[in-house]
Design a binder for this molecule. Structure first.
Ligand code: COA
Ligand code: MG
Length: 279
């Protein structure tokens, strides 16, 4: 059993390419429901089918560490906009999943709604034009006032944070991306492993309160960016102690290793594959 306290976030990850033994993959398949297998088999590319299989086994197993239930016995339901949640769970466990090339994460906490995003940052498409089109005015002003070499790294800070916000709500792109703004206080992100100096604000179109949020950026390596946001509409999270984040590296059904965010980042995971679009 793994214990999770109220002010903690457990950030799990798996590198799907490492899960390659046939025997292991067969045991993952046995954890999936028929419905999950049908969905997993629908992917056209073998690599996507592999990642989808690993994701389901990864999430089922890690949740089973917190609740007294076997991974294959857990029940999930999917919200109207696609956010998976636990059904009939003995704990108020909240989780959110994100994938990018060669890295799958799942952020877990108690009670508070949680959203996370991981992105591969060495893409070759014109990301700054996405910022111009979709970010809020405050964000684009802050982004384009940076020196040029800082703009693309900062783009991924905003992108992952914005995604973690919409994923905590569970509403997907129904939330206009220009209606909320992140302020990021430090810009020397390659000199630290995580950043909690982050604030939110909202346009008049959006009913929300920055006091109910906490957000983080994590810099695992120059190739990846991770953001996590938590939200509790009844608690002033902005005035609570910052949550403590621990990282768990998983090899589903083989074991896991707990580490600090710093130890995770010191592994400096590289990604030699490029992905031209988000999944
Ligand atoms: N809310 C929260 N989580 C959701 C969700 C929702 N509405 N819908 C799906 N998810 C979860 C699922 O667990 C999913 O993984 P699974 O299918 O293996 O279970 C996971 O989030 C996918 O997240 P990620 O890998 O980060 O995918 P994405 O970035 O392509 O899409 C969406 C995330 C679906 C929630 C949605 O935000 C989207 O379509 N985004 C497109 C990207 C974009 O424009 N981002 C703007 C950032 S500025
Ligand atoms: Mg994403």
């Amino acid at each position: 059993m793994i214990k999770l306290d109220n002010n903690q976030i457990h950030l799990w990850y798996v590198r799907p390419a490492e899960c390659n033994s046939q025997e292991l993959l067969e045991s993952y398949q046995r954890l999936l429901t028929k419905e999950e297998t049908v969905r997993q088999q629908r992917y056209i590319f073998a690599e996507d089918r592999h990642d989808a299989l690993v994701t389901r086994a990864f999430v089922r197993e890690l949740v089973s560490f917190y609740v007294e239930e076997k991974p294959e016995k857990l029940s999930f339901q999917v919200g109207d906009n696609g956010k998976p949640e636990l059904l009939n769970c003995s704990l108020p466990l909240k989780f959110n999943i994100s994938h990018t090339k060669d890295l799958i994460i799942c952020a877990v906490t108690l009670n508070d709604e949680i959203g996370c995003d991981v992105e591969q940052t060495n893409r070759d498409n014109d990301v700054l034009s996405i910022a111009e089109r979709f970010f809020s005015k405050d964000e684009t002003t802050a982004l384009f006032s940076l020196v040029e070499t800082e703009q693309i790294p900062r783009f991924f800070d905003y992108w992952t944070l914005k995604e973690s916000y919409i994923k905590a709500w569970g509403l997907g792109l129904a939330i206009p991306l220009g209606d909320f703004s992140f302020y990021i206080d430090t810009c020397e992100h390659h000199q630290s492993y995580q950043n909690h100096n982050i604030r939110l604000s909202f346009s008049e179109n959006r009913q929300d309160n920055p006091d109910h949020w906490q957000s983080w950026l994590c810099y695992p390596s120059p190739d990846y960016r991770i953001a996590v946001s938590i939200w509790n509409p009844t608690i002033k999270l902005s005035q609570s102690e910052p949550f403590e984040i621990s990282v768990f590296k998983s090899m589903p059904l083989e074991g896991y290793e707990k580490m600090s965010v710093e130890e995770f980042c010191l592994q400096n995971y590289r990604c030699d594959k490029t992905e031209s679009k988000t999944r």
